[in-house]
Design a protein around this ligand. Structure first.
Ligand code: PFF
Length: 323
């Protein structure tokens, strides 16, 4: 789809690429991977992988995209490595696979927006039955898909870039506000310790594999997405500075999301970190009761706003996957 204009400047590119990188992976998936990986030791590995492995890959993907001005498959052909365009094709298949589950979870986030807006905080306790009600969640997933297609059809600079410019900063403000609140709750420090004080004895091959997978997923790498976005980056812009910004932005949001969430989890489990309801329901189960504790008025507004932002963060990622 190259040829529909470039990002208007480096900030536009950074926000759009960060929009691709920041999504459900940071706010929904990262915390439950941390939980599955045993806590802080996983976080340390994740940070190491992001900066030592993923950052150079990001520079390379942007450079390939910009140099060739092509998408993931075309880029390999343009460089004369036709045989290797299988890598680009695998990225496309991977994108379709990710999009199919991502869209479903994005539908949950959208559904939670409506539930919170109606003050239905008990949805967190009924997460299992909520998501198995496919007739409702299926419609939200469908709405999400239509939105994604609409934004992509408007092109990178008017659709993706404009949306990201408003949504990314709002998301940061919201996370920081919730983080500040979460630290004031009972048992908050138990959650912080779980998240920040590593027990390296917890490390095993599964944790290492999980952290590796999470770092690439979180930065949208290995899929051709960033190659394609790189093709819209003007030749004037500095690739290293852009990559540093996108990496810091993405890792920063994941880190803050975890720092916000684990005190909330510790609060909701009464400080018993061995009793976390982990897995895909982690944030969906833990957050509604926190919003409830803020009182019906404020809880409704903030809960709805949070899940709306989460839906938008997901949208800027699904858009990049489809693109
Ligand atoms: N990085 C996105 C997230 O963390 O939510 C997910 C993603 C988007 C992965 C685009 C891969 C991709 F090509």
């Amino acid at each position: 789809m190259a040829g529909r204009g470039n990002f208007s400047n480096r900030l536009g590119f950074i926000l759009a690429a960060a929009g691709s990188a920041v999504g459900l992976g940071n706010i929904w998936k990262f915390p439950f991977e941390v939980e599955a990986g045993g806590g802080a030791a996983f976080v340390v590995l994740y940070l190491i992988f992001c900066f030592l492995l993923c950052f150079p890959v990001m520079v390379t993907e942007i450079a390939i995209g910009r140099k060739t001005n092509k998408n993931a498959v075309g880029a390999f052909n343009a460089l004369g490595y036709n045989k290797w365009n299988i890598i680009g094709k695998m990225g496309i298949i991977g994108g379709v696979v990710i999009l199919s589950f991502y869209n479903v979870v994005a539908g949950w986030a959208l559904g939670y927006f409506f539930e919170m807006a109606q003050g239905n905080f008990s949805v967190g306790k009924e997460f299992g039955s909520y998501v198995s009600n496919v007739s409702t969640t299926g419609i939200y997933a469908l709405i999400f898909m239509v939105f994604t297609a609409y934004v992509v059809s408007r092109g990178v600079s008017s659709g993706i870039e404009k949306g990201a410019k408003i949504l990314m900063p709002s998301l940061i403000v919201m996370i920081l506000a919730l983080l500040a609140y979460s630290l004031t709750l009972p048992n908050a420090m138990t959650g912080v310790k779980y998240y920040l004080v590593p027990e390296f004895s917890e490390l095993n091959l599964k944790t290492i594999g999980g952290a590796l997978r999470q770092s690439f997923f979180s930065l949208s790498l290995g899929m051709g997405t960033i190659i394609t976005y790189g093709s819209y980056l003007s030749k004037k812009e500095n690739i290293i500075t852009s990559s540093v910004s996108v990496t810091l932005f993405d890792v920063g949001i994941a880190f803050l999301a975890g720092l916000m969430l684990f005190p909330l989890v510790a609060y909701s489990t009464g400080g018993d970190m061995s009793n976390i309801q982990g897995g895909a329901g982690l944030i969906f189960a833990a957050l509604p009761s926190v919003f409830e504790s803020l009182g019906a008025g404020l809880g409704t507004v903030l809960g709805a706003f949070f899940f709306l932002l989460l839906s938008f963060a997901a949208l800027t990622s699904t858009v990049s996957l489809l693109e």
